[in-house]
Design a protein around this ligand. Structure first.
Ligand code: GLN
Length: 509
């Protein structure tokens, strides 16, 4: 077995036990990156030199008898909307061309302190707006399961890098599903933590009341381990919350007997592909076999979640993105007067999806329409929260498919933004309510457009939990994972070993 095939848990143990060095682990990954990355397009930048320094520091600590941390020598890729001091941070946008981060995000500082080795910055939909990573201004990331398909988004680069074995784990951000949906599309695990669990300091804001940084990994234990490293109060983020950081990675095995899980019928009522629905039901019956009590339930306000999200997220985005004005960050296009410069810079720097969101948000917040749109959406959000509060009086977790379909073809959804927005139907409610939600692979399904020779693609199950109860969410994820472990390991191991991406991707500099 090559070192790039190992999970974070194993790497950290082997490095700590001096069975391998952090530098050997890194070199194996860098070699894998040079082989696969030209055809995958997961990385906007590989931070080779910085990674070598970080790995040698870990090895030096071990040699000096110091504790190297729980992620000793584990390679980690970072979505390119998080700041790392002294390196570029593009957010997948031309707007940040030339911008160099003056400081490092808290989550990244924390995991580096635990011995993680940052290998590079990954591709994303421009400013994290999208579900396919196609709205990046730089390149389109491929799905390693099928290069004609998207890896999901907006954290598609991070998901593809982990799924393809270019990185052991990765960080993404999730405002309406951008960790869970790409995890589902690429057959890996992704967690959106409770709002406030992980500091957002250093994450470029999209919609501040919804954004959360979270971990990707190839199994639940790795995701739990990375969560341990990045969680905790940060005085630099006023929305971060003081809650004990639990050793989640050691608390995954728990009996499911008597555990109560609800399946909101509002989510299953959406148009879900047959194959995805079948895989979801199979996973439910495994959980029932293990003793969980599973019932259909109703959270009526979830019907309006997507509508509320697509008012609130653009409204906050229109405000957050006003800081990109040609003066403070990155791109600056000169004009005769100050106003001309603002206009020219923004017209040149923002792509079509970002402009659409800014227009939608500005409209929803404008004087004549605020009550009709923003205020109504905010009230709907309260109703959604209340529905969750009520449901969690009865159930420990709520379950749904993570996405209504498996990965779709590149180019397929770029035409009609409404179709694309519908793909977020399963995931946005957790952000509106601030609760933790995990996507874990639960099997495979044949895409509806695959034809006779098409191959099956992975699909994910979503587990939503009570605020700050990541422990239960992860434990159930671990049980779901166990029920498909053999099939998953066999198929994804084969996918990675046989991965041959012949066509180089087009990159815009
Ligand atoms: N797909 C959703 C959107 O485009 C979610 C994005 C995200 O979570 N960053 O808004």
């Amino acid at each position: 077995m090559e070192l790039w095939e190992l999970g974070a848990w194993d790497i950290a143990h082997k490095v700590r036990a001096k069975e391998v060095s952090a530098q050997e682990v890194l070199e194996s990954h860098l070699a894998r990156i040079s082989e696969i990355e030209p055809g995958l397009c997961a990385f906007l930048e590989v931070l080779e030199a910085e990674a070598r320094i970080a790995a040698s520091r870990v090895d030096a600590k071990i040699a000096g008898g110091e504790d190297p941390g729980i992620l000793a020598g584990v390679p980690c890729a970072i979505k390119d909307n998080m700041n790392i001091k002294g390196t570029a941070c593009t957010c997948g946008s031309k707007m940040l061309d030339g911008y160099i981060s003056p400081y490092t995000a808290t989550a990244i500082k924390r995991m580096s302190r635990e011995g993680a080795v940052v290998t590079g910055k990954t591709n994303l939909d421009e400013f994290a707006m999208g579900s396919s990573t196609e709205s990046s201004a730089y390149m389109v990331t491929r799905n390693p399961w099928d290069p004609d398909r998207v890896p999901g988004g907006s954290s598609g680069g991070s998901a593809a890098a982990v799924a393809a074995g270019l990185s052991t784990v990765a960080l993404g951000s999730d405002t309406g599903g951008s960790i869970r949906q790409p995890a589902s599309f690429t057959g890996i695990v992704g967690l959106k933590p409770t709002y406030g669990r992980v500091s957002r300091y250093g994450l470029v804001a999209f919609a501040s009341s919804l954004d959360q940084i979270g971990p990707f990994g190839r199994d639940v234990r790795d995701v739990a381990l990375l969560l341990e490293a990045i969680s905790g109060l940060d005085t630099a983020d006023s929305t971060s919350v003081e809650r004990p950081v639990v050793p989640w990675s050691k608390r995954l095995e728990r009996p499911l007997k008597g555990l109560r899980a609800g399946v909101p019928k509002e989510l299953l009522g959406l148009s879900v592909d047959d194959g995805v629905r079948d895989a979801f039901y199979r996973a439910l019956s495994h959980l029932a076999d293990m003793g969980a009590v599973i019932e259909e339930t109703s959270l009526p306000a979830l019907r309006y979640a997507l509508d509320a999200y697509y008012v609130i997220a653009p409204a906050e985005a229109s405000s957050n993105l006003s800081r990109f004005d040609g003066v403070r960050y990155g791109l600056s296009t000169r004009g005769k007067a100050l106003d001309d410069m603002y206009h020219a810079t923004r017209a040149q720097g923002f792509g079509p999806e970002v402009r659409r969101r800014i227009m939608l948000g500005t409209f929803a917040l404008s004087a004549g329409y605020y009550d009709a749109y923003y205020l109504r959406a905010a009230k709907t959000r309260t109703l959604i929260r209340r529905d969750f509060d009520e449901a969690f009086k009865v159930y420990d977790v709520l379950l749904s498919p993570a996405t209504p379909t498996v990965a779709f073809r590149a180019g397929e959804e770029s035409g009609d933004p409404m179709t694309k927005y519908l793909a977020d139907a399963m995931t946005v409610s957790a952000n509106l309510a601030g609760i933790p939600a995990l996507s874990v692979p639960c099997g495979f399904a044949r895409p509806s457009d695959a034809g006779l020779t098409g191959r099956d693609l992975p699909c994910g199950l979503q587990i939503m939990g009570k605020p700050f109860d990541e422990e239960t969410v992860l434990a159930i994820g671990y049980a779901v994972e166990a029920s498909v472990r053999e099939e998953m390991e066999e198929k994804s191991g084969r996918m990675r070993r046989n991965l041959l991406l012949s066509k180089e991707c087009e990159r815009v500099d």
